[in-house]
Design a protein around this ligand. Sequence first.
Ligand code: ASP
Length: 469
Amino acid sequence: MQKIWIKETKNLVNKYVNLFGFVTNIRDHGKIIFIDLKDRSGIIQCVIDQNNNKFSQFKLLKPFSVIKVSGLIKDRPAHLANPHLETGKIELAIDNFDILSLSETLPFDLDGDGYDLDEALRLKFRYLDLRRDRLQKNLRRRHEFLLFLRNFLDAYGFIEIETPILTKSTPEGARDYVVPSRLYPGNFYALPQSPQQYKQLLMVSGIERYFQIARCFRDEDPRMDRQPEFTQLDIEMSYVTKEDILSFIEKMFVEAITNLYPHKKITKIPFPRLTYKEAIEIYGSDKPDLRINNNDNDELAFVFIVDFPMFEWDQKNNKWDAMHHPFTQPILPNGEYNKEEILKLLDKNPELLFSEQYDLVLNGFEIGGGSIRTTDKDILLKVFEVLGYNKDDIADKFKHLLEAFSFGVPPHGGIAPGIDRILMILENEKSIREVIAFPKTGEGRDYMMDAPSEISKEQLAELKIRIIN
Ligand code: ASP
């Protein structure tokens, strides 16, 4: 594939080239027409005059038509140079062209940042909205960020492993999205709220260092800045302490930011630590914003929140919830691990137990959480009981994990930073939707594909599902 990017043309003066792209701007002076041609690398001015035998055809072009142009790259006379354009000193003199696809008038303008436009319209025509420079930049930055993380983790011996999307519920505190099974009518898969159990099972498999750029699905109530599916950098490691994980994650973020966002200033390294209690008492929040200058877009204030209580009381349902998730290692109020004592407290005073959970907070947003996990079957069973699972539930939902832990399980822990939110902050965006290629609305609708939507009677019949109105 021999394709010349537009940005390369500035070094190709007096060369005959073929370029492809969108026509973004048309300046018709009657006998001569200038257009801007745009590809993913840049923009170049192209010019055609009435002596060209296809001139009248060129006049039909509308903005955003896709064309191929051929001709000589020429220096522009000095006084006509455009200092704002990378290719501003040159232009392409059109010798020949092919109109590959004509465009209708676009439903909105792509010149500005698009913030002032109706978002529903932007989302309906997301594939056009994504032509916008700002969103192209966001997509590219996201790619670079993920690539950096992948390479970083690879250098430390982690391997990326995909885990199933069609699976069984793992409790992360939200409702599951479920998928009916055609082959087993009346049975359902759940989409993973996170790959939590799989990554722990991979530790039982001896993988030791796992990561995955993982999609997670949580059916939560609509909220402006929530997505039914989001992306986590899911990590799990064997034979590590909480300290190992926190310092490793800190190193990963510091290196990523130094490399990819060198103009950003991290408020404090090493990242400060607050206990959950301190955060609540001092800041009234477990996601405090520790920026020194809140108006500074380029300040990044990371903080680790540690020493969480293991359980929190769920008023609505009158039961204990895990503050993180059930797989987190409980510890005694003095920070120590003693199995017998922990089992006693699980029985009598679960509210007194703390856990090996940690959260990473950035500029007032929780950007990740994790924990050292319980690998002791007796403790894990008791935790499930405290959370209100009965024996049958436990057997049904977690038998595989409890069984796995009876075949030799390395001590392990992990964390899962949320990629969408981190990029939103790094790119100074107000919403995670601006850093996701095809986001849904806060109410979980996809206006472009029109999802969710009804399915056909035949599909329902195949699934043996009847809709109750
Ligand atoms: N699965 C957890 C979450 O999604 C992260 C972890 O504990 O590693 O929050």
